[in-house]
Design a protein around this ligand. Structure first.
Ligand code: UD1
Length: 428
């Protein structure tokens, strides 16, 4: 199993190209199931989760062709030509769905286009219970018959889905993606209330509109979808990854230095950038991206609560906590989205962090120094928080179980070492 070895204490200086967003790519790839025509996606990151979804879609009969980099492109992002001309199977089995929760979302386009789908319940997840009750509610509101049997959700709508009002009692990104993908091919108009406003929802809606859907209001809490009989192919470029952007911005705030986050867009993570500015980083938006600098000054403590967009994202909570371990004072971070998203706390403590947990609230008492140690990656965002801490720790840190990182960060070691970090992957 691969490990990553980091020797801390170096500043970061240079350019980091920001990849296409994983969390936009996954629903966009799944949306290919809605049409017989080819969907072309540009700016797709090279990630383990993308490869896995390729396999999952392949199981339904979807062909994914990967085209190379286009001239002048600054990242390693790829172009996918996705064709769901022939759907051969409407079942998504447990062994595939259990590996990646988001693959459950195939239920919506399969049901909308084929009138039926049988998709395994995704099962437990390290960061919390993460149920799918609201996704099922959305499909039922559109007239789907749902049965749960032997760990599978069996959905059918033999006469097609019917537009309706869907009111989410809590904000859910996956629920909003599901409702959108089902409603686009329903008869009549649907209104999604308390919809997620995350930029990835907007990206999916943009792509669906290019495919011929009639969606308005994406990016707000009320989305209206006028159903159409059929969708076409389209070409769409995935938006930049705001979580990758915020992660590297926090790494620079941690180590000091001067880094241009190329292709990054500030409006996708304003709350996180404001927090970083409060902590003492200088953030400048330019035509090229976002420039982050920090001179020798210390890190100021912050008080942050995770919230749905446009609030501070839960997917940057662990990284911010790593940064705050070195703040000059006491910070508090309250997690409101997932109930068990503090697994990085024990591992950060191994590097010398002082963190006290009380339910959903973490109190972080900044320390003068962290010291390298072997640590274990537990989930995607938690593992990158260990990398951030290690970049500032004295001596050597090895991060084990880095397959978690590979799910969501493209060429992490290459991007950081190009900016002067001492970081390498040890295979086997
Ligand atoms: C997506 C993101 C994930 C991010 C999360 C919140 C992807 C691939 N993943 O996950 O990185 O951390 O949004 O921004 O885009 N809930 C229910 N019932 C449901 C669905 C959700 O109670 O049927 C709850 C969840 O347990 C959680 C909250 O709603 O407490 C938000 O979850 P949701 O927004 O659905 O997260 P995901 O779409 O799974």
């Amino acid at each position: 199993m691969d490990r990553i070895r980091i020797t801390g204490g170096r500043q970061l200086n240079g350019v980091i190209p920001i990849s296409g967003a994983k969390n936009a790519t996954l629903p966009l790839m799944i949306a290919s199931l809605l049409t017989q025509d080819t969907l072309i996606l540009d700016n797709v990151p090279r990630l383990a989760d993308v490869r896995l979804l390729q396999r999952i879609l392949g199981n339904h009969g979807v062909d994914v062709m990967i085209a190379g980099k286009r001239p002048g492109e600054s990242t390693d992002n790829q172009t996918l030509h996705i064709s769901a001309a022939n759907i051969v199977d409407t079942t998504a089995p447990y062994d595939l769905v259990s590996k990646m929760r988001a693959s459950f979302w195939v239920v919506a386009p399969l049901l909308a286009r084929m009138g039926r789908a049988k998709v395994s319940l995704p099962g437990g997840c390290a960061i919390g219970t993460r149920p799918v009750d609201l996704l099922i509610m959305a499909l039922e509101r559109l007239g789907a018959q749902i049965e749960i049997d032997a760990g599978y959700v069996i959905a059918s709508a033999p006469r097609g889905l019917q537009g309706n009002e869907i009111v989410f009692p809590k904000v859910t990104v996956g629920g909003t993606h599901t409702a959108l993908m089902a409603a686009v091919l329903a008869n009549g108009t649907s209104v999604i209330e308390n919809a997620a406003c995350e930029p990835e929802v907007g990206d999916l809606a943009d792509c669906l509109n290019k495919m011929g859907a009639k969606i308005s209001g994406a990016g707000t809490t009320r989305i209206t979808v006028e159903g159409v009989a059929k969708l076409n192919g389209a070409r769409h470029s995935v938006l930049p990854d705001r979580i990758e952007t915020g992660t590297y911005a926090m790494a620079v705030a941690m180590t000091g230095g001067d880094v241009m986050l190329q292709n990054a867009r500030p409006e996708l993570l304003q709350a996180a950038l404001d927090t970083l500015a409060q902590a003492g980083a200088n953030i400048t938006a330019t035509n090229e991206g976002i420039r982050v600098t920090r001179n020798g000054g210390g890190i100021a403590p912050v008080t942050v609560t995770t919230e749905p967009f446009p609030g501070f994202p839960t997917d940057l909570q662990a990284q911010l906590m790593a940064l705050m371990t070195r703040a000059k004072g006491t910070s508090t971070i309250t997690e409101t989205i997932f109930e068990n998203r503090f697994m990085h706390v024990q591992e950060l403590a191994r590097l010398g962090a002082r963190i006290h947990l009380d339910g959903q609230k973490a109190t972080i008492e900044g320390v003068d120094r962290l010291k390298g140690a072997p640590v274990m990656a537990t989930d995607l965002r938690a593992s990158v928080s260990l990398v951030i801490a290690a970049l500032a720790a004295e001596g050597e840190t090895t991060v084990n179980r880095v397959y978690h990182l590979d799910r969501g960060f493209e060429r992490l070691e290459a991007k950081l070492s190009a900016c002067g970090a001492s970081i390498e992957r040890l295979s086997g």
